[in-house]
Design a protein around this ligand. Structure first.
Ligand code: FAD
Length: 507
């Protein structure tokens, strides 16, 4: 490896390792405060835990049972903050909690919901209420009453991407497929060795941020040769996707006999998302797969509640992720804290290292704000916190999904309403960038099927770091549910020609 002398290498205020929600949230906040920021992600953005969540922006009703009041208060308040910042992606969702006398008493549930209604700021989301079910309910007839409350749903991977876009617009440099191999202190700053597709290179940073999620402890030990101040517990969670289980647009929160809860969430119009599980994970963090035991567990809970009986044959897809939870020595995986801990260590007297342990999608913005507060000491000139009110890309001037869909249909006469809706939901008002100079379907270019045109693929490559069919089909869109193998190959071939041809990269 040929290396130049370190003094001539680019020097950033902050280098963030890890392109999940937490790393990108920190990079975005820091760039907006005037710091020079570089972020590297070894795979695609959001390709690990941040795209394997239950896709909820929620307070976490069940965390109240573990007395996590700080976390729940913060998370409850973030629901409305994030709804305002990205209204196209973060949307209110009503949850139904069927009452089962032998599991939790009515008094306990009512107290929990009272706290949930009042702990965090709530202006738009409506309060909880008691409900009864009639014969039209999709639930088994013996379940006659329950409760209803509000939380939000989000496209997790797109939340990461719009934060990345905003970070770049604020001056950060963000790269995918670039692994941080090591970092050491040379001449009072971090000398960081990266590798982009087998090609190593180096940069320098005043502060290094370890936002590697599930890898946080191993990154400290293997790449930095440091002790970890905390232990991380890897807790696998899996989801099933089945055809829509019921017609109404509520989510259900089902209580299980083991004290855990399982969500059934309306997903992408045609599907129901069922999850999740909590089990200790000890294998390769890059290859997390659902187990037979998890499948049985999730099917059993659903079948104990709904009239429709599901079997393994009904499963369309599954996905699994690993929660990086800060070890609080709880016996039960589901009881381990979901709160985050930031560890600021001084590796030498001048080179700070900040490591992120734990954290939820919902609280990423607060986590980033806390990280920046801790770094104030090293950057006294940095500007104040800004993320609470500034919209995320696509949330600017957003007047509601229906209005945006109408505006798209007015501009592109004859466009399928399904496509206009998908664009409005995915890109919000950034759809006008996607449609720059385009006034008719004739300008959409090659058709890859299922509402995906060259115009969108080109935009995703140019603006959203897309390099492969997987990036397009599973993280930037969810069209992967529709595409067959042949269609994927055609898209992949196109991407290879585009990425190699136009950017000199290998897809
Ligand atoms: C099953 C499940 C359900 C969940 N549901 C919810 C929910 O509904 N709502 C909610 O708020 N939260 C939820 N969470 C929690 C939330 O998803 C996670 O807390 C969050 O996504 C963690 O983000 P992260 O950035 O810390 O980690 P990650 O998203 O895993 O990002 C870390 C990144 O670091 C990269 N990396 C690692 N090592 C290196 C290296 N050496 N060089 C470069 N890059 C590197 C990895 O490739 C990875 O992309 C859920 C989690 C799970 C598992």
């Amino acid at each position: 490896m040929v290396m130049t002398t370190s003094a001539s290498l680019p020097l950033y205020d902050i280098v963030v390792v890890g392109g999940g929600i937490n790393g990108i949230g920190i990079a975005n906040d820091a760039a907006g405060r005037g710091l020079s920021v570089f972020l590297c992600e070894k795979d695609d953005f959001a390709s690990h835990t941040s795209s394997a969540s239950s896709k909820l922006i929620h307070g976490g009703l069940r965390y109240l049972e573990h007395y996590e009041f700080r976390l729940v208060r913060e998370a409850l308040a973030e629901r409305e903050v994030l709804m305002a910042k990205a209204p196209h992606l973060v949307r209110p969702l009503r949850f139904i909690l069927p009452y089962q006398a032998h599991l939790r008493s009515e008094w306990l549930i009512r107290s929990g919901l009272f706290l949930y209604d009042h702990l965090g700021k709530r202006k738009k989301l409506t309060a909880s209420k008691k409900i009864t079910f009639d014969s039209a309910s999709p639930l088994k007839s013996e379940i006659s009453k329950g409760f209803e409350y509000a939380d939000c749903t989000v496209d997790d991977a797109r939340l990461v991407i719009i934060n990345a876009i905003q970070a770049r617009e604020k001056g950060a440099e963000l790269v995918t497929h670039t692994e941080c191999l090591s970092a050491e202190i040379v001449d009072d700053v971090w000398l960081i060795t990266l590798q982009h597709r087998q090609v190593p290179y180096q940069i320098r940073a005043k502060v290094l941020i370890n936002a590697t999620g599930p890898w946080v402890e191993s990154f400290l030990k293997s790449q930095l040769k440091q002790h970890s101040p905390y232990k991380i517990r890897h807790i696998q969670g899996s989801h099933l996707i089945v055809a829509k289980l019921y017609e109404d647009n509520h989510a259900y929160i089902l209580q299980n006999e083991d004290g855990r809860i399982v969500f059934v969430i309306p997903y992408l119009n045609d599907f129901s998302l069922i999850g999740t599980t909590d089990q200790v994970y000890l294998d390769d963090l890059n290859l997390v797969n659902i187990t037979q035991q998890e499948i049985s567990y999730l099917l059993d809970v659903v079948n104990r509640h709904f009239k429709t009986v599901l079997t393994r044959a009904d499963i369309i897809q599954t996905y699994s992720g690993v929660r990086p939870l800060c070890d609080d020595e709880s016996d039960q995986p589901s009881a381990i804290t979901r709160d985050y801990t930031l560890a600021l260590t001084m590796v030498s007297e001048v080179a700070p290292l900040l490591s992120v342990f734990g954290g939820k999608l919902t609280t990423y913005r607060k986590l980033a704000g806390s990280a920046l507060e801790q770094l104030k000491l090293f950057f006294p000139d940095m500007t104040p916190s800004w993320t609470e009110y500034e919209p995320l890309p696509g949330g600017e001037y957003f007047k509601g999904q229906d209005k945006l869909v109408n505006a798209i249909q007015l501009r592109i006469k004859g466009i399928a309403s399904e496509l206009a809706k998908r664009w409005a939901t995915s890109y919000g008002t950034r759809v006008w960038k996607l449609l720059q100079g385009v006034y008719s379907e004739e300008d959409f270019g090659i058709y890859f099927g299922h509402g995906l045109y060259q115009l969108e693929v080109d935009y995703l490559v140019k603006v959203e770091w897309v390099e492969s069919a997987d990036d397009v089909l599973w993280r930037r869109t969810k069209l992967g549910f529709r595409f067959n193998q042949n269609e994927i190959l055609v898209l992949q071939d196109y991407l290879i020609s585009l990425v190699v041809g136009e950017q000199g990269k290998i897809a």
